[in-house]
Design a binder for this molecule. Structure first.
Ligand SMILES: [Zn+2]
Length: 106
């Protein structure tokens, strides 16, 4: 009985799917898990408005579940008290400022 030829990658087949912006920016593998999707949905359901905008007296729908203390700086990834709802501009501004911070201590 002849064996089937091995599967080969053909030129007309699509390239492997590129990472989305969030997957690329996130770095942590936890962001790709169903558990995080659930934690994110829970946070956005609890606080549907951007918390930074709320502090400034604006009402903006939140689209991002952010870590108040970044995981990179020792924040707990799964702790709900370390989650906050942000709109994309606020999240980007926060992330940009965090890039200049270093973990404290050793
Ligand atoms: Zn905002």
């Amino acid at each position: 009985m002849p064996s089937l030829p091995k599967a080969q990658r053909r030129p007309w087949q699509p390239e492997p799917v590129k990472r989305t912006y969030q997957q690329h920016a996130a770095r942590s593998p936890e962001y790709g898990t169903a558990r995080w999707q659930q934690a994110r949905a829970t946070q956005l359901a609890k606080c549907p408005c951007c918390e930074e905008c709320t502090k400034r007296g604006r009402t903006t729908p939140a689209t991002v579940a952010d870590h108040i203390t970044p995981v990179r700086l020792g924040g707990d990834f799964w702790e709900p008290n370390n989650h906050q709802s942000l709109c994309r501009p606020c999240h980007q501004a926060k992330s940009a400022s965090e890039r200049t911070q270093q973990p404290q201590g050793g």
